[in-house]
Design a protein around this ligand. Structure first.
Ligand code: FE2
Length: 468
């Protein structure tokens, strides 16, 4: 063992963070329980999965995208996984080794360029399956074979990167998104219509360039979340890197009417924080309600944190609610929960509309404090009553983003299933859970036992067969 190898010393390349380097297909997986026949479609999940030993310091956000797909039909389950075959990965395949620098080496005199890993999310819109990472355009995949079709720029209309967190309006079918950049324009807003045609792009003025991971929409507004995680190649020596945490700037929430533009953005100031992920937002004309997984501070984007994130529960994200007073100005913050967590989701039919129920991966009560981001329970929140139910998977587990699927297109907001992937440390393999959304703590509706582990990853979505 060579101690200089990054994979021997970086915890994001070890345990169930380590990449899975096989691609495969498995039919008729073992199912405990019964998969409801209404679940007819595919659950897709993306995550970082480096194909080669990294050249230098590896950050969790650096790995090549790998798509894991679980297809459910007639009560049966099958599995397929494929790397996103980016142009950069193809070059590395030819060379037989890693060629590209990691994210934290960007701007440091590196000339090797940049790889569009497409490793963060996978979203179906207008029958196109898009693998997304926030620093680059989308990568289109075949929804069934998962073969990579190549970068997709909306017929050449998209200039610049696209967030991994577009929002699909449940009424209009539009896909709203943005892209951020360390060089001007720092922020651009885009809309693709329900047919997938990019019909609007607009530069948005911001007070500083920042790593803006996600945003929120309501029926009438878009909300940009400008946190003091500055992303710039200027003054890097003084700032300590391309990413720097500068809390004295505070956080600003930019509210833009969906029928307005850059000139109409109103910025609301609030305390410094970082938000990777909102749960959802809505407005009633006077107030915007925005539920977020909110960190008081973020130390995750430094070279030191790449190898030792020093994750502290006290600093981790918690589900909290912002209320933005559109008439009087001002922002209030109220907590929903003391337990830390990540990957908040709602019923996709409620995006931008009032939601009562939400789902999030949280730290388990039986989980010891550790220096890595890991969650071992799922919480389902009733935000009207201020209550929650918890399903714990055990201290040796690791659970990913919970995805809600309605029982029928017109089912009630909480009538359906919660899908999530959980790593079973005892079996060193992953299980795919189908939980009754009204009884997440009860007996699972079904558990699909996968033949191997799926590394901890980021985001995914359910696509009904009729949509793909
Ligand atoms: Fe994300």
């Amino acid at each position: 063992m060579n101690p200089a190898r990054e994979s021997e010393q970086n915890p994001f390349l070890r345990g169930n963070f380590a990449p899975w380097r096989l691609e495969g297909d498995a039919e008729d997986l073992e199912v405990v329980g019964r998969i409801p026949p209404e679940l007819d479609g595919t659950w897709y999940r993306n995550g970082p999965n480096p194909a080669y030993e990294p050249r230098g310091t590896y950050h969790w956000f650096d790995g090549d995208g790998m798509i894991h797909a679980i297809r459910l039909r007639d009560g049966r389950a099958s599995y397929r996984n494929r790397w996103v075959r980016s142009a950069g990965l193809a070059e590395e395949r030819t060379a037989g080794r890693a060629l590209y620098p990691g994210l934290l080496e960007m701007g440091g005199g590196e000339t090797a360029g940049f790889k569009n890993t497409a490793n963060t999310n996978v979203v179906l819109h207008a029958r196109r399956l898009l693998a997304l990472m926030e620093a680059a355009p989308p990568t289109e995949l075949d929804p069934v074979s998962l073969d990579t079709r190549g970068e997709y720029t909306f017929d050449g209309r998209l200039s610049g990167p696209m967030t991994a967190h577009p929002k699909i309006d449940p009424e209009t079918g539009e896909m709203l998104f943005f892209g951020y950049s360390p060089v001007p324009p720092f922020l651009q807003y885009h809309v693709a219509d329900r047919s997938g045609r990019l019909c609007r792009s607009e530069a948005i003025d911001v007070a500083w360039p920042s790593m803006m991971h996600d945003f929120a929409i309501t029926k009438n507004h878009v909300v940009f979340i400008l946190c003091p995680l500055v992303f710039s190649f200027e003054n890097m020596r003084e700032r300590g890197g391309a990413f720097s945490w500068e809390p004295e700037r505070g956080t600003r929430l930019g509210v833009m009417p969906r029928n307005g533009g850059n000139a109409d953005v109103r910025w609301f100031e609030t305390d410094p924080c970082y938000v990777f992920h909102p749960m959802n937002a809505y407005d009633d004309g006077r107030t915007i309600v925005l539920d977020v997984a909110r960190y008081d501070r973020l130390g995750f984007m430094t070279p030191k944190a790449a190898r030792d994130p020093g994750w502290r529960d006290a600093d981790a994200a918690r589900l909290q609610r912002w209320r933005l007073d559109l008439a009087g100005g001002g922002v209030t913050l109220t907590p929903h929960d003391d337990r830390s967590g990540e990957f908040p989701r709602v019923d996709e039919r409620r995006v931008g509309r009032p939601h009562r129920w939400g789902y999030m991966a949280v730290v388990g009560a039986d989980q010891a404090e550790e220096r890595m981001p890991r969650w071992t329970a799922i919480r389902r929140y009733d935000l009207a009553r201020g209550t929650f139910e918890t399903r714990a998977f055990g201290p040796a587990s690791g659970v990913g983003e919970p995805v809600f699927v309605p029982r029928r297109p017109d089912a009630a907001e909480d009538d359906g299933w919660v899908l999530c992937l959980a790593y079973d440390g005892d079996r060193n393999a992953s299980d795919f859970y189908v939980l009754d959304a009204r009884d997440v703590a009860g007996e699972p509706v079904a558990v699909v036992r996968l033949p191997h582990r799926i590394p901890y990853g980021f985001h995914g979505n359910w696509a009904a067969r009729t949509a793909a």
